[in-house]
Ligand binder design. Structure first.
Ligand SMILES: Cc1cc2nc3c(=O)[nH]c(=O)nc-3n(C[C@H](O)[C@H](O)[C@H](O)COP(=O)(O)O)c2cc1C
Length: 318
């Protein structure tokens, strides 16, 4: 299980905060969200923190299955006493591995948030349908935005970026998690100084959200949203901790599945971090309840700089 947890820590997390902790048990592992990794401005409720920890849980499940272990998960086993304990995963026997599981396991290692532009190669309906099923199995809904919805979404994203970057608190919070490459820090989002030169730090900050440091960021964001081969919104029936866990499991499950099709993904999430704009996204998705994530999928170039991770040992509880 200790070995399998190494797959857990490769999960994506908001600002690469890596908000998870693990307690090894004789028969498995308890997965916690790390409630000390707070982002009060963009994530006051801890929604994204729980989603990130749930993504680690999905990795652990997939790796365990790929290595021939059958598992059972109990979500929120102690909801009142210990809400940070998001799941108790137990090994309950053996199972056969498969080419599909091995491909998903390898996708855990290869996955990166890919903020670069993607090619115009379309994403087929068959792949999209597959991703809808994968999300549904984790208890979330996934909607592919109609091309007509891309322009309004781009407008909402632009409004969100403007509002967030006008907010000093937001800029401060983000800058605490932006790390120059080679700094040796094992969390946060690394950026390469040479690539962004004198546009730092605000240019780099914009890039994190939009991967675009051009002069006319807003206009390019619109191009980005419109140009993405597949924009999706992922959401849940409710908006409780249990729903956030489902959203995190679904996010990671569709991402790993997409990787097996040779695809990349990144986030356009800022609209969901501002309540009034979240309501506008709600209108865009035919009033499906509780949109949790906006992501784009497509076929992109390789990512040159992987993000670092803290050593697993620092996430282990005594
Ligand atoms: C719930 C969640 C929300 C995220 N939101 C954004 C976002 O709005 N913009 C962005 O560029 N990356 C976003 N990320 C990606 C993280 O920055 C990324 O996972 C982290 O830096 C680790 O890098 P990696 O995914 O390449 O391993 C998000 C990740 C998670 C799990």
């Amino acid at each position: 299980m200790h070995f399998i947890l190494r797959y857990g820590v490769l999960a994506p997390s908001t600002h690469n905060t890596q908000p998870w902790r693990f307690a090894l048990r004789d028969d498995g592992v308890d997965v916690y969200s790390d409630e000390t990794k707070v982002l009060p401005i963009i994530d006051p409720m801890g929604r994204q923190r729980v989603m990130s920890a749930a993504a680690a849980l999905l990795n652990i499940r997939v790796a365990a299955h790929a290595f021939g272990l059958k598992t059972h998960e109990e979500l929120l086993p102690e909801p009142e006493r210990n809400p940070a304990l998001i799941a108790r995963l137990r090994v309950v026997g053996k199972r056969r591995t498969s080419a599909r599981l091995l491909a998903l396991r390898d996708a855990i290692v290869a996955r990166r948030t890919n903020r670069q532009p993607y090619s115009q190669r379309p994403v087929s309906y068959a792949i999209a349908d597959d991703l809808f099923d994968v999300a549904a199995r984790e208890g979330a809904w996934l909607l592919r935005l109609h091309p007509r919805a891309k322009a309004p979404l781009a407008d909402i994203i632009t409004a969100a970026d403007r509002a967030q970057f006008a907010d000093k608190g937001f800029r401060n919070e983000l800058s605490q998690w932006l790390v120059p490459s080679g700094s040796g820090r094992a969390d946060g989002i690394p950026f390469a100084k040479k690539e962004y030169g004198n546009r730092m730090p605000i240019g780099v900050q914009m890039m994190v959200r939009t991967f675009d440091i051009g002069d006319n960021v807003a206009a390019k964001e619109i191009a980005l949203a419109k140009g993405s081969p597949m924009l999706v919104v992922l959401g849940t029936a409710g908006d409780t901790r249990r729903d956030w866990i489902a959203a995190g499991l679904a996010m990671q499950a569709i991402w790993l599945k997409a990787m097996t099709y040779g695809m990349s993904a990144s986030f356009l999430n800022q609209a969901l971090e501002i309540p009034t704009l979240r309501d506008q996204v709600f209108a865009l998705v035919d009033e499906r309840p509780n949109p949790q994530l906006v992501m784009r999928f497509g076929y992109g170039p390789d990512v040159a700089h992987p993000t670092p991770r803290r050593p697993l040992e620092s996430a282990l509880m005594a």
